[in-house]
Design a protein around this ligand. Sequence first.
Ligand code: HAM
Length: 409
Amino acid sequence: MAKLVRGFRDIFEPQSQHFTELENCARGVFSLYGFGELRLPTVELKELFVKSTGETTDIVQKEMYAFEDAGHRQLAIRPEGTPGVVRAYLENNFVQAAPVQKFYYIGNMFRAERPQAGRYREFEQIGAEYIGNSAPAADAEVILMLKDIVSRFGAKNYCVKINSLGCDKCRPLYRQALIDFLSQEKDTLCENCQTRLEKNPLRVLDCKIDGARFAGRVPTMQLCPECQAHFDEVQALLKGKIDFVVDPMLVRGLDYYSRTVFEFQAGDASQNAIAAGGRYDTLVKNMGGPATPAIGWAMGAERVIAARGEVTRPQQKSVCVVSLDKQCNETAFNIMQSLRGAGIRTEGGLFDKNIKGQMKQADRCHAAYAVILGTDELAQRQATFKDLATGEQKKISFDVLTQEVKKVL
Ligand code: HAM
């Protein structure tokens, strides 16, 4: 039998409904903030992610679905959306025409991570990228927009952590201080962190094995006056509008960040980031454009849905149309279509089955009523309308059937 690939999923109702609800909720909020949808391709040149997501990141080193196509191009199935957005921004010359852009995207991302709860190889991200605004107001705006989506959707018990990673001026000093500090403990670091130490020492701080034991012990970041002023203003703008904590250990696992970074976390599992993002003021330039500030985030739809937990939603009442005789099938089918045309949720059509089989279907699809058609009904041009909860039934003329059904639903 055909088999699903490990780490991938089929998502049926009602689970799929959660995704639609989250997407609709996000679209509503994006529109309030003036963000427009950008539909990105799933495949990009591999080099795009190597250069932007970063050569030393786990995503690029271990998790990318990369392949060579028939034209010998090195391609990758996108592990994240930000590099594609920046590529599209540059390639379509927004730099000249309209450098300030607010994009959002909704789409599946792919990372060959070890599958576990909350971590999938194909998952949905809803993301936003605000390009061209260096002001702290942009940082506050995207963070509050994220909060609006997550809280309107109904995710509960999440906390918001923010930090500043400084800029090209202040980060190298911190980087060196961190290398000096961590080098003294090199032998005790996990294998991964021993390699990270020289190339990307900040990543040691959010290592699942080593990170926690350095909390409160590592040298803290000394921001340059500009970065400090920026971070102070971001916090001032957020104060009173969202609960947040400043976490000096929050460093993020992608290479392009500078200044403000943030995570929305829920639960205490290791895969607890429901959404995350930050500034990437040097990425546009590194990708060949002019110096252009930018900030954004992406939420993991599966994780935001899990953070909302169980929801009970009222079931939309439906009608099931049952035909008792071959002669009635066409009329029964036409009734189904006119009910649907009037906006009534209608099941039925299993006309090859006997009445027992058709009533079973009505039960399975939780229909509230059945419209039953036999040869008598056909001759009298009246359908039997049955309340499936009480068993009560009455005859309704074909001419007014749709209006009458509408009245009770
Ligand atoms: P990221 O932290 O790699 O950032 O991913 C963002 C979110 O996607 C995570 O917080 C998590 O909720 C979800 N996520 C990541 N990997 C998985 C997985 N394997 N299974 C389920 N959910 C997952 C980015 O992708 C950046 N592009 C965010 C950004 C946008 N920064 C600036 N702009």
